[in-house]
Design a protein around this ligand. Sequence first.
Ligand code: HEM
Ligand code: HEM
Length: 163
Amino acid sequence: MPKIRPANYSSLQKALHWIIALLIFYQITFVEYLEKMGEAFRSGGMPDTLTSILGNGHIVSGCTILALVLLRLWLRIKNGAPAEPEGTSPLMAKAATAAHHTFYLILLLAPLSGIAMYFLGFRQAGAIHHFMEPAFLLLITLHVGAALWHQFIIKDKLLQRMI
Ligand code: HEM
Ligand code: HEM
């Protein structure tokens, strides 16, 4: 099947990229409120309002991420992605594709394992879910490092493709 190569990502694809990135930031930064909420219930008490809101926020935001990622994947398959900037070596192009595919994989695994653990009671899913934080932090570091490298060293305006 020939690869679809649009000139740019669509506005919706760009919006989804940044909304999902913000929600992932929330998931990792504020998950301690969900943990505090669980502790409060287990000790027979009630969590305070802020803990309840930010704790439940993990569940709501996580399910929202799943819906938005499914929409994003559908757009990605339907519209494709722009070709790599001129001068990209085949090895770097493969590395970028592999990183993006891994992102999509963990963007699905994180909410699905959360749902399996929280709503369906699969304890083993907790082990996968526990692994999500290091997986995201590693990929985000590589991804942002690559974006900054393109912006300031190669100066090929790659960042503009996502803005
Ligand atoms: C992309 C989406 C998500 C991300 C990135 C994410 C990330 C995380 C992280 C980093 C932790 C702490 C894990 C640890 O250190 O053990 C956690 C815990 C947890 N998450 Fe998620 N999560 C997501 C979606 C969800 C969803 C959709 C649910 C439920 C429907 C959920 C339920 C939980 C629960 C129950 C915990 C354990 C809290 C505790 O220890 O008391 N997560 N999540
Ligand atoms: C949790 C945070 C993030 C996630 C999950 C994420 C995920 C992704 C994914 C999956 C793609 C590939 C899009 C596709 O072809 O379908 C992408 C592209 C891109 N991202 Fe991110 N991203 C995140 C944060 C960031 C940040 C903070 C920056 C900027 C510093 C950034 C800059 C870019 C750029 C410039 C592209 C386009 C690359 C290209 O056209 O080849 N991303 N991102």
